[in-house]
Ligand binder design. Structure first.
Ligand code: KIV
Length: 299
């Protein structure tokens, strides 16, 4: 059994929680917003302790931690389960949970009930939904139900089939107009931030300049108000070549592989566990059992 210490004794008071207004203030001050995904307790704790402003429990978890081919099979229960784990870890960051495909598409009523579960049961501060102006009514409804919404436009992975694959969006003049109009409609409907994924830098810069709420880019160039990446992309833990827009900050695959090989070899060669890594009977009990007495330690 390995024990993760949940509440270290005498820990200092946690820093103030990042709010949607704090994110807006960063935009207005021109200070980049930092965001990253996390899907479980230990990584969320590391991300939060690193001072990242926003943690997203993205439905990308379907691909990077559950091994699905795309994000479409991810269920509401899976998202709630991972959001709860992350919420237990996050003290400072603004915590956003992705609503999975199918959980907000059938009716406004069902979508609202599902969104409320992320806030009430799972501890998220906001939900994220994919889609353009067509989501404006839902965002109004959720906002009225006190559910802050982060919108997501551009390359929206839940639309992989209707997009015909994962393709950079917003390249034609028509598409530029459409995405700019989407961003305006989503902001007007009450979105507190807009994720811009997989669009040309120039379009992201234009939407960001026109938007009154923060834009958070992924594959959208450096001119957004903030940047988000997938945790496993940062650490080479996806078993796939990195996308152009992502940067690997460490080789987690190599780090884990080398430790795992050493562990396997240590066990196979009787080098693990050592005597120091074992529990012992007291000298009295050992003597009563007639076991050889340990040698006295040298001074
Ligand atoms: O699911 C996800 O991880 C995302 C982003 C990276 C924005 O939607």
């Amino acid at each position: 059994m390995s024990v993760t210490q949940l509440r270290p004794g005498g820990a200092p008071a946690p820093p103030p929680r990042v709010t949607s207004d704090a994110l807006l203030q960063k935009k207005l001050a021109g200070h980049p917003i930092t965001a990253l995904t996390a899907y479980d307790y230990p990584t969320a704790r590391l991300v939060d302790q690193a001072g990242i402003d926003m943690v997203l429990v993205g439905d990308s978890l379907g691909m990077v931690v559950l091994g699905y081919e795309n994000t479409l099979p991810v269920t509401l229960d899976e998202m709630l389960h991972h959001t709860r784990a992350v919420a237990r870890a996050v003290r400072r960051a603004f915590l956003v949970a992705d609503m999975p495909y199918g959980s907000y598409h059938a009716s406004l009523r069902e979508a609202t009930a599902n969104a409320i579960r992320f806030i009430k049961d799972a501890g998220a501060q906001a939900v994220k939904i994919e889609g353009g102006a067509g989501r404006a009514d839902l965002i109004r409804r959720l906002t009225a139900a006190e559910v802050p919404v982060v919108a997501h436009i551009g390359l929206t992975p839940q639309s992989v089939h209707s997009m015909g694959g994962y393709r950079v969006q917003g390249k034609s003049l028509d598409a530029i107009d459409r995405l700019s109009a989407d961003a305006r409609a989503l902001e007007d409907a009450g979105a507190i931030a807009i994720v811009l994924e997989g669009i040309p830098r120039e379009l992201a810069a234009r939407i960001t300049a026109q938007s009154g709420v923060p834009t958070i880019g992924i594959g959208a160039g450096p001119d957004c108000d903030g940047q988000i990446l997938v945790f496993h992309d940062l650490f080479n833990l996806t078993f796939a070549p990195p996308a152009k827009f992502s940067r690997q900050y460490a080789d987690g695959a190599e780090f884990f592989a080398s430790a795992l090989t050493r562990y396997r070899d240590d066990v196979a060669q009787h080098r693990f566990p050592s005597d120091h890594e074992s529990y012992h009977l007291s000298h009295e009990v050992q003597a009563a059992l007639g076991l050889p007495q340990p040698r006295a330690r040298k001074a």
